[in-house]
Design a protein around this ligand. Structure first.
Ligand SMILES: Cc1cc2nc3c(=O)[nH]c(=O)nc-3n(C[C@H](O)[C@H](O)[C@H](O)COP(=O)(O)O)c2cc1C
Length: 439
């Protein structure tokens, strides 16, 4: 019998319900109709055709003004803004699909637990078991200021809050026993009141009586996704997540990350196989090897010519204003200058390059796995990387996002992965968590 070497595929919709592509040669009408459902629904159907496990919708709840202490670069480039609410987009995409999992990002410091539990349970019910929650703790003080606070709580404390909130949300999801709805016309009983119980949760940060006022959701507990990069973040992910998403640009880094999360999960009493660790991948595809290499070279050149865009992106996740530094200064002279209460591991990954690396090189990116070639060549590179890392799968992050770049993955690369037995050709289960656990 041949080994099942299938990997899970997911996609990171990196700008929430926002502008994906409004200016590349393949932008279509992306600058004008991104607020309408059509593009997003076509996108979701494409992922389903390619049997992706799930799609994550990013969120961050602020207009960034980190770079140069101005929102100009973000607004003029439609960088992270404008966008809308991920949970609303999730329902629009779920209704256009039948098997794909959809996972909106919902921030612990922004939602009351009851509201969050009800929202995700509703998505799960409407989609017959395909909803998840990407648990994030928030990062920017600007977002905190939109919710009546001056600043984000300290980084590790946010993870303590996330743990308590996750515990409470899970209890609320469990507040209706699975067989609580009888809908028994003869007996005149719809729901069995003895099977719908308050949770009476009183924690350090959150309090809620319960029970939830939605029905038990099809998955019982919707799928939990998390990206924890710091030690505290990995600990949280290992304890809670059905799927962990991470950036690592080499198979060695992937292996280290996955082994660590799995060890932490085992130490916490979980079966590590319950957790699917997916790594960010940005493939550069072409019909020929030369075309793919040329696309990558053009992308790198653009990033080199415009370091301000990469640095503005780093400001978005760290609240740091990188505008005042000479971009050609070696990191060795700068590194200790920067610290963040935001995405700590992402900053460490970027500043962890050699002493002689300049800020311009840091801004140029390269923090995901970036295979280059024809669909067949990229599939071979994926095969080799996953075999070496023991990886559970990949999280695609593609920019610009338009109908062409989506089709390159779903109709170019995925058939090559399927031909190698690397990805599924049909869904194993009606539920998202069932598909994640299928192999
Ligand atoms: C692939 C990926 C997607 C993420 N998506 C979001 C997001 O949508 N919103 C958000 O606030 N943080 C997001 N994060 C940040 C993580 O939730 C986390 O804060 C970050 O990885 C830093 O982890 P650390 O603070 O444990 O180092 C994402 C991280 C990764 C790697």
């Amino acid at each position: 019998m041949t080994r099942d070497k299938r990997i899970h595929l997911a996609w990171f919709l990196g700008h929430g319900f926002g502008v994906s592509d409004w200016r590349s040669p393949w932008h279509g009408t992306g600058g004008h109709d991104w607020m309408r459902p059509d593009f997003h629904q076509d996108f979701a159907r494409s992922l389903e055709r390619a049997c992706f496990d799930y799609l994550i919708i990013e969120d961050s709840s602020f207009v960034c003004d980190a770079y140069g202490q101005s929102s100009e670069i973000y607004l003029s480039n439609a960088m992270t803004v404008p966008k809308h609410d991920p949970a609303v987009l999730a329902s629009v995409m779920l209704l256009a699909t039948r098997r794909l999992g959809i996972v909106p990002t919902l921030t612990v410091t922004e939602y009351p637990p009851f509201l969050l539990a009800r929202l995700v349970a509703t998505l799960d019910g409407l989609s017959a078991g395909r909803a998840g929650w990407n648990i994030v703790t928030g990062s920017s003080d600007r977002a905190a200021q939109n919710y009546g606070k001056d600043a984000q709580p300290p980084h590790d404390l946010r993870y303590d809050m996330a743990q308590e909130m996750t515990d409470l949300v899970k209890q609320l999801w469990g507040s209706w026993e699975p067989d609580s709805i009888r809908a028994d016309i003869a007996a005149g009983v719809f729901a069995e009141h003895t099977k719908v119980n308050p949770v009476d949760f009183s924690g350090t940060y959150f309090t809620s009586r319960g029970p939830l006022n939605t029905a038990p959701s099809p998955q019982g507990r919707p799928a939990l996704v998390q990206a924890g990069g710091s030690a505290r973040g990995r600990e949280f992910a290992a304890r809670n997540a059905d799927s962990v998403i991470a950036s690592a640009n080499t198979p060695e880094m992937m292996k280290e990350y996955r082994d660590d999360v799995r060890a932490r999960a085992a130490a916490a009493g979980r079966d590590p196989d319950e957790i699917k660790v997916l790594f960010l991948v940005t493939p550069y595809l072409g019909e020929t090897t030369a075309e793919a290499r040329d696309r990558k070279a053009r992308h790198d050149d653009e990033a080199w010519q415009h370091p301000e865009r990469g640095l503005a992106g780093m400001g978005f996740i760290t609240d740091i204003d990188f505008s005042g530094y000479d971009v050609d200064t070696p990191l060795g002279q700068l590194r200790t200058t920067f610290s963040t209460n935001g995405h700590q591991s992402s900053l460490a990954l970027r500043l962890g390059k050699g002493e002689q690396t300049t800020l311009r090189e840091v801004a140029a990116g390269g923090y995901a796995f970036e295979p280059v070639g024809t669909p067949a060549e990229v599939a071979d590179q994926v095969d080799a990387a996953m075999a070496e890392a023991g990886g559970d799968g990949l999280l695609f992050n593609v920019s610009p996002l338009n109908r062409r770049t989506i089709a390159e993955i779903t109709d170019g690369l995925v058939p090559e992965l399927q031909a190698r037995g690397l990805s599924r050709t049909r869904y194993d289960h009606p539920h998202l968590r069932g598909n994640l656990r299928a192999f």
